[in-house]
Design a protein around this ligand. Structure first.
Ligand code: G3P
Ligand code: MG
Length: 374
């Protein structure tokens, strides 16, 4: 365990090294130059645990604000529009988070809207019609959800209860249930695995995407899956208030893969988004570029930007950051629960710390040492 550096000590150390940093603590009203390094926060297991905001979250954000360090949030969570999620998080955390600072697992899937704008897309995951609204917001014109399929064809999922829905679905939501499915996009964790697996399987083994059809046995074994499939998140587990990590979208995908392979003899084909996939990091980099333009050095050349990603999941946050050339800081408040001081054996982080506040303190002091070595 690292020893937490008290705020005053950090400021005192800094006083020997950089005037900029002193200003951060002693002249809050003065404008201090924007730092040339950036911080990327994971959310679940780092800032929050289910409904609880971790106690270090405020101090971590305040430290970055005081030092004018640009930061963004990169989560494998989702299920809402970025504007709605930013408002929800701001309220929960008690600090303003702009939609421009927030990347959800499905945010990079916005790029798919051009290709699928006029196609009928089965959108899976999340509560009620929330993910339908995300898909429409991204520009998809024809959306259908497993819930809508179930309402239209009650025998589709005999073990799932449509009675659970209190508000009836608007009639217009049912207009695509008879159109062939042309792609499947999983935007968030499923809230009804049995129903969603069944409806997705139906589409994957259908004749040309028509839901109430199925290929012959011979066709199933000799032809490819009927529709392309996209997942927004590959996490096997995530961290909430429960003492041990909980199933995430990756576990749901594993079930689908196994069922599809047993039924057809073929491997399920799909495209993954979210951490640790490269397109998500390219998307995050473009968000950072908009938020915090690259600094130009005294030689007129752009100064290389250092990005620090703070996360709790070695397979998502750390693997992704390391592969993209960012520095990675692994916290012990979420999925990663080591016995002692060790790093993760498969995806070792640049450093391991107790929590998000320690992570931010480590980042700031690392940057000070870089700028002003003794
Ligand atoms: O489903 C997993 C997701 O909720 C994890 O979110 O913020 O830890 O990337 P995050
Ligand atoms: Mg996390």
């Amino acid at each position: 365990m690292i020893k937490r550096t008290p705020l005053r000590t950090l400021a005192t150390v800094t006083a020997f090294r950089t005037r900029t940093y002193i200003r951060a603590f002693h002249a809050e009203t003065k404008v201090i130059p924007q730092a040339h390094y950036n911080v990327v926060f994971d959310i679940d297991g780092v800032l929050i645990k289910g409904k609880q905001v971790l106690p270090q979250t405020h101090r971590a954000l305040s430290l970055l604000k005081a030092n004018n360090v640009p930061y963004i949030f990169l989560t494998n969570g989702g299920g809402l529009k970025e504007t709605d999620k930013a408002a929800q998080l701001s309220k929960k955390i008690g600090a303003h988070i702009a939609p421009e600072q927030l990347i959800l697992s499905h945010s990079p899937m916005r790029a798919l809207a051009q290709k699928y704008e006029h196609k009928n897309v089965l959108v899976v995951g999340g509560n009620g019609s929330d993910c339908r609204q995300v898909a429409e917001y991204y520009g998809l014109k024809h959306v259908v959800t497993p819930e809508e399929v179930h309402v239209a064809f009650p025998y589709v999922c005999p073990s799932s209860a449509i009675e659970a829905r209190e508000i009836p679905l608007p009639e217009k939501y049912l207009q695509n249930v008879n159109r062939p499915v042309e792609a499947i996009m999983v935007f968030h964790d499923s809230v009804d695995w049995g129903r969603d697996l069944q409806v997705m399987l139906d589409a994957l083994v259908s004749v040309d995407g028509y839901l109430n059809t199925v290929k012959s046995q011979a066709e199933l074994h000799t032809t490819k899956q009927s529709v392309p499939l996209y997942f927004s998140n590959s996490d096997l587990v995530w961290s909430n208030e429960h003492p041990n990590p909980r199933f995430a979208q990756g576990t749901f995908r594993t079930c689908l893969e196994r069922i599809y392979q047993d039924m057809t003899g073929h491997k399920l084909e799909y495209t993954l988004f979210g951490k640790p996939m490269r397109p998500t990091y390219q998307y995050a980099e473009s968000v950072l570029n908009n938020l915090a333009p690259i600094h130009i050095g005294p030689n007129g050349m752009p100064k290389p930007r250092t990005v620090y990603a703070i996360g709790d999941n070695p397979y998502a946050d750390i693997a992704g950051a390391n592969a993209y050339g960012w520095k990675s800081v692994l916290v012990r408040t979420g999925v990663f629960k080591p016995e002692g001081d060790e790093n993760h054996h498969i995806h070792p982080a640049t450093t391991v710390v107790d929590d998000v506040e320690d992570a931010v303190r480590w980042i700031i002091s690392t940057e000070i040492r870089k700028e002003h070595p003794f």
